[in-house]
Design a protein around this ligand. Structure first.
Ligand code: SIN
Length: 286
């Protein structure tokens, strides 16, 4: 295996590797380098079936679709034989049925942050990629936290924020009413997390609020909360904290939702078809 940095703030590109055929020592090294890079790995040229992707993803931990479940509106987009695989796509079958969730993640977010146990790693495998467009931007929330002024770190560190799937469902414009299920709003898709969390392995601090799913800061007046979150978001999306991934067929990208947030750019009309497996995290803590 070879490793090289993806950007000056986060990520590694891993080459000379077949993720379906890694010894325990090799997997441990890959995982360690991924954590050290603040949670982003690009591995090109992989050949993965839903089965081998699930097997590899399980090495990171328990998957959504196994012990824990995605929100109800995602269920139609799970792979019919592998409920651990979430299909992200703008494609339709010949009957006009969606083959995946279109426009998934077209707002800055960290996956499933509205759950008590949000997503730890997400592993997205590119099967069909448009000739142009369809990039995904990742922003290091470790770099964003570290670049805050001491006064802002002191202000944000003791705060808690409510995360709620409703925010994306109602505000992003990417969920049609028909896509939403009543179970989406039964209480399991809303949770309070610290605004600044400590990564359980690297012990680095990161910002853990995102425009996609964070509803408000606890104990603040709504206008104050919106104003303060807006300042944080303007900072946390800054280009110097970003890596922009231009997909190629057979790319596997693995990100850590506790130290990054991401945005899928909706600037394409050609077919895009991806398989995502998502690892369940422990409860984020300060
Ligand atoms: C996601 O947010 O998981 C989807 C990212 C992408 O489609 O690039």
């Amino acid at each position: 295996m070879k490793f090289k940095p993806l950007s000056s703030v986060l990520g590694i590109e891993v080459s000379e590797v077949d993720v379906t055929n890694l010894s325990n020592d090799e997997f441990t090294e890959l995982r360690m380098r991924w954590v050290e890079s603040d949670g982003l790995a690009v591995i090109r040229g992989q050949t993965l079936t839903p089965h081998t992707q699930t097997e590899f993803s399980r090495r990171f931990g328990t998957l959504f679709g196994e012990a824990d479940h995605f929100q109800d509106s995602v269920k139609p987009f799970l792979h019919p034989e592998y409920p651990t695989i979430y299909r992200v796509s703008n494609k339709k079958n010949t009957d006009g049925e969606a083959l995946g969730r279109s426009r998934a993640g077209s707002y800055w977010h960290s996956d499933v942050s509205f759950r008590k146990h949000p997503a730890m790693a997400s592993l997205l495998y590119g099967i069909e990629i448009p000739p142009v467009g369809g990039d995904t931007i990742f922003a290091s929330q470790v770099a964003a936290y570290e670049a805050l002024s001491p006064a802002m770190k002191t202000l944000l560190s003791p705060l808690d924020a409510v995360h709620d799937f409703r925010v994306a469902a109602q505000n992003s414009g990417t969920y049609a009413t028909a896509d939403l299920a009543s179970g989406d709003f039964d209480g399991q898709n809303s949770y309070v997390h610290p605004v600044v969390i400590t990564h359980p392995e690297s012990r680095k601090k990161s910002l853990f609020v995102n425009p996609g799913f964070t509803s408000h800061l606890l104990d603040f007046d709504p206008t104050e909360s919106a104003g303060l979150l807006n300042i944080v978001y303007e900072h946390s999306k800054r280009p110097e904290f970003n890596y922009r991934h231009s997909w190629r067929t057979n790319d596997l990208v693995i990100w850590d939702n506790r130290s990054t947030m991401h945005l899928a750019i909706q600037d394409y009309t050609a077919d895009r078809y991806m398989h995502r497996s998502t690892v369940v995290a422990g409860q984020p803590a300060r």
